[in-house]
Design a protein around this ligand. Sequence first.
Ligand SMILES: Cc1cc2nc3c(=O)[nH]c(=O)nc-3n(C[C@H](O)[C@H](O)[C@H](O)COP(=O)(O)OP(=O)(O)OC[C@H]3O[C@@H](n4cnc5c(N)ncnc54)[C@H](O)[C@@H]3O)c2cc1C
Length: 338
Amino acid sequence: MMKPEENYSLLQHNTFGMNVYAKLFAKFNSEETLDALANAKEWKENDPLILGGGSNILFTKNVDTLVALNQIKGIENRGGDDQYIYLRVGAGEGWHEFVMYCVANNYGGIENLSLIPGSVGAGPMQNIGAYGVELKDVFHELEAYHIKGRYFVKFRANECNFGYRESVFKNKFRNEFVISRVTFKLHKQPKLNTSYGAIEKELERMGVQELSIKAISDAVINIRSSKLPNPKVLGNAGSFFKNPVISASQHEILKLKYPDAVAYPSGEDFKLAAGWLIEQCGWKGYREGDAGVHKDQALVLVNYGSATGEDIYNLSQKVLNSVEEKFGVLLEREVNIR
Ligand SMILES: Cc1cc2nc3c(=O)[nH]c(=O)nc-3n(C[C@H](O)[C@H](O)[C@H](O)COP(=O)(O)OP(=O)(O)OC[C@H]3O[C@@H](n4cnc5c(N)ncnc54)[C@H](O)[C@@H]3O)c2cc1C
């Protein structure tokens, strides 16, 4: 095992572009190297932070612990039947690269999740989702390593408590496990999901005659590229806040006062568009120093260059306060704060 490096810049490892330093930094690329690292005194004396692509984390200060970068790779065919194929994927594989692999092989189920940055292993953390699909829809099981106990366990879907941008790994078991491999159950005879209006529109614009996994993936890529800031150009971590879920009666009251409030039914409740709430408070395009609210996407906070994590965090707090004041709705941050 390589000895962990000291005082290591995380600039290349977070999409907000924060130049913070990790007290210690190490990589692992297999179950064996992970276990060897976990046997080192640096691991035992610190509470390690597991990092993938750093696309869902805001560093507000230097990280006073060991940062361990997951680079476990590999896509393994675990068989299946006429209907399904099971793929066991290293947690350090790039999510979008894995989606592209499935699209190329005509394995259906995650084409709507094209172009989400980050690693496969971070996917279950917040049950990533977009355009009507969530990771849980194709999840079979995952393997995880207990950080303190130093053993591997399997989690089935019902043990992960997947919810809207939620799982046990984000809550009850936060910082307790390293997700090492994820097995997906994908469709051999794809069921295409174009329920999102934006996808339908884009397919039409593209002049697609025959619907396919590839066409949907292309449509999603086009929509996302035109809508979302590219972190390589403008630091960000996608949606900064979750869409708040309110009860049907709260929704009714809100609609009386704000008839054009954007909300979608979610079971018996309603999911309010956080972007709409933030925009109504006048934040869209706001900039304070190098911290800002994106000009087209009020849900996305951005770093114009030299904002600190604290600047971004403070701005998020102001946004949160004003939304609570105006609408009585408390926003929750989706991005992990460190
Ligand atoms: C432009 C842009 C668009 C985005 N769009 C979407 C979207 O549409 N939908 C969506 O859901 N998300 C979206 N995101 C958020 C982000 O891409 C996802 O949450 C992604 O899954 C994060 O992966 P990562 O490897 O970068 O995680 P990181 O940022 O590295 O880590 C995120 C959290 O997970 C933990 N973690 C990471 N890997 C592991 C592991 N192997 N084991 C245990 N814990 C781990 C970390 O400690 C941290 O707490 C977007 C982000 C950006 C920048």
